[in-house]
Design a protein around this ligand. Structure first.
Ligand code: CAA
Length: 257
């Protein structure tokens, strides 16, 4: 039973994970990262779960790594930091992950949001990497994923100045796909998750993997992977069902095979 987050099943095929450390603006301590990684592993294993929405509170998606916990770690503690393994487990999640972001989305919180495949933000969301103000730098993918998302100039500005950007700026820069009224952010993320949950699971999984390849491989390798994945899907029952349903003018019933 997790203590730092709640898990609901608001739609068929969709899990909603809500970070719940209101006393620390959802700062990501070891326990929270451990519990989040464990919940994603459960969602990974559950064939019924087709997509996950991750959210925080209206005031904060997450205000970063837990600075009070960081204060207790010396260099040896950092080298043996169990959170590194938790981050790796979160990054390995292979089903669609949608972040519904309101309020502060800072430091490790922004890095966590960037682990999501789709980001939906409320108008009041603020994205930033303020680690430089603490004499450190992002350590959970912030320099790499932010630059890939928003480009060099804005990533440099955010990481080196520590200054945050608002939701509209984040959308213009490509970090966020949609901006909503803050009270509609989760609803919108769930609606997108519901649509994805109805698609053929193998196609969704391979399409996500292929899209992520574009971030860390050259074009020729990415195209090779895409062709391979496309060929794999050609042998699935869901491809046959999708084409048959189109011809019969009905909704497809995908089985994940
Ligand atoms: N860690 C631990 N506690 C935090 C926290 C954090 N990252 N952010 C906020 N809190 C706590 C505050 O200490 C406070 O608790 P107390 O009442 O017990 O003092 C409570 O949450 C509410 O916060 P504030 O009173 O500060 O709320 P505010 O509305 O005045 O300010 C804020 C909000 C601007 C987000 C401010 O809290 C803030 O600057 N937080 C730190 C943001 C930050 O620097 N994040 C980066 C962390 S380093 C990192 O993430 C490293 C990495 O990449 C892995």
């Amino acid at each position: 039973m997790p203590h730092t987050l709640s898990v609901d099943a608001p739609e068929q095929g969709v899990r909603l994970i809500t970070l719940q450390r209101p006393e620390a603006l959802n700062a990501l301590n070891t326990q929270l990262l451990d519990e989040l990684a464990a919940e994603l592993a459960l969602a990974e294993q559950d064939a019924e779960t087709r997509a996950v929405v991750l959210t925080g509170s209206r005031k904060a998606f997450a205000a970063g790594a837990d600075i009070k916990e960081m204060a207790e770690r010396d260099l040896v503690g950092i080298l043996e930091d169990p959170r590194v393994a938790h981050w790796q487990r979160i990054a390995a999640f292979s089903k669609p992950l949608i972040a519904a972001v309101n309020g502060f989305c800072l430091g490790g919180g922004c890095e966590l949001a960037m682990h999501a495949d789709i980001l939906i933000a409320g108008e009041d969301a603020r994205f930033g990497q303020p680690e430089i103000n603490l004499g450190i730098m992002p350590g959970a993918g912030g320099t790499q994923r932010l630059l890939r998302a928003v480009g060099k100039s804005l990533a440099m500005q955010m990481v080196l100045s520590g200054q945050a950007i608002d939701a509209r700026h984040a959308q213009r820069a490509g970090l966020v796909s949609e901006v909503t009224l803050p009270e509609l952010t989760i609803e919108r993320a769930l609606a997108i998750a519901r649509v994805i949950a109805q698609k053929a699971p193998l196609a969704v999984r391979l399409a996500k993997e292929a899209l992520l390849k574009a971030e860390d491989t050259d074009l020729a390798s990415g195209l090779r992977f895409e062709r391979h994945a496309f060929t794999v899907l050609a042998g699935t029952a869901d491809r046959a069902e999708g084409i048959r349903a189109f011809q019969e003018k009905r909704r497809p019933e995908f089985t994940g095979r």
